[in-house]
Design a protein. Structure first.
Lengths: 202, 202
DNA sequence: AAACTCGCATGATAATCATCATGCGAATGT
DNA sequence: ACATTCGCATGATGATTATCATGCGAGTTT
């Protein structure tokens, strides 16, 4: 057999590509404006299609939001990757700096989906909330793996506190920094949270 | 002059009362569901009125949301009050416990407006974002006054970090805890953030 | 108490959407 | 080649909702 068994026909393949474009568009718009603010037609247009095609890809808008959320974790990957390359004691600062910066604040569409979606999902469907929990668990696992053996003490409870605290701090500071009108205050928030997370030592 | 110069007539007074009821209803619903989710008619009904009366109280829905947000800080007052009564070194734990608990998580309508509104206001009107910034400034001042002289070191920068970090941690953890479907995970988040905020010492 | 004000209710209006129904045309299978 | 399938576009439909227009009746003024 030639390549890895395409066997799907040009048509199915093109449908998959469409779906990917829809998901990518929705993932951006979800983080940029929030799921309540964009219309199905908006997303489809951004994906280069028209509204009618939507329902052959997703059962309804809520399902799109859930799927788009799950597809919106490209940021997490690069965030973690940047810290992986650092020596153990540099990792927390690296994570903080990779998150709590102006570029991240100003480009939510390319950023953390937790910070962009948390409030909205609090009133979302059960499936959406499950997706949120899933992604939180995944993120916590990754962070734990990254920071777990930080010092000699691999104490489970302490590590859980550190990992969850770090993520909460990041998400909270970003939420506040984005909601505030005054740019100077916004920057103060990011920088102060960065300091706080670095700990009293540094 | 008898009492404090009522001089306003029964009609004006009743209008003020109506406005207060509208604001109270909106403040609750804003924190419960978010401004995008309730309708003007919903709020008016909750205030015991009908939709038509709305526009003689507020110019539009955005203005209501801003005003309701500003009226939604009753929680902050009791939160701070509970810590004021404590000795200096007990105040941070007191604040963390007063915020990061299940009751607060489960009754957003009576809780912190930052945690409930941050994401929504990030895409709100300029007036709304200004209101958000104002309330943040006020909250930070209050926290600074409360924690400022905590130890001998009243270092301005260190205190700003602590105060902003604390608030960010609280808001972030609450946002995550509310967005997650799994109740066990939700509780883990609150408790871990609480530990994190207490510092490595305790 | 007649004239007037004004808070609030009822009843449009118009826009925005999610979702469904229909049809064309390209891809597929026989 | 012919019949079929299916992705996508066009065009409803119905619901929700912000906002405006109108009118009544209680309160206020002279």
């Amino acid at each position: 057999m030639g390549t890895t068994k395409p066997n799907r026909g040009k048509r199915a393949e093109s449908k998959d590509e469409s779906k990917q474009r829809i998901l990518a568009a929705a993932a951006d718009m979800l983080r940029e404006e929030g799921g309540g603010s964009f219309s199905v037609a908006d997303v489809m247009a951004r994906a280069g299609l028209t509204h009618g095609a939507f329902y052959s890809h997703f059962p309804d808008k809520d399902a799109l939001i859930e799927a788009a959320f799950r597809a919106a974790f490209n940021y997490r990957e690069s965030w973690l990757a940047a810290a992986e390359g650092a020596p153990a004691h540099e990792r927390v600062p690296r994570l903080l700096e990779g998150y709590l910066n102006a570029k991240h604040r100003d480009r939510p569409a390319a950023g953390c989906a937790f910070a962009a979606c948390a409030q909205e999902f609090a009133h979302g469907t059960a499936a959406q909330r499950r997706a949120f929990a899933d992604e939180i668990e995944t993120t916590l696992s990754r962070l734990t793996a990254l920071l777990g053996g930080k010092d000699g003490n691999a104490d489970t409870a302490a590590c859980e506190s550190e990992v969850i605290g770090l993520l909460s701090l990041c998400v909270g500071a970003m939420s506040l920094a984005r909601a505030v009108e005054d740019p100077a205050l916004s920057t103060r928030i990011l920088e102060a949270a960065l300091n706080y997370g670095r700990g009293p030592a540094a």
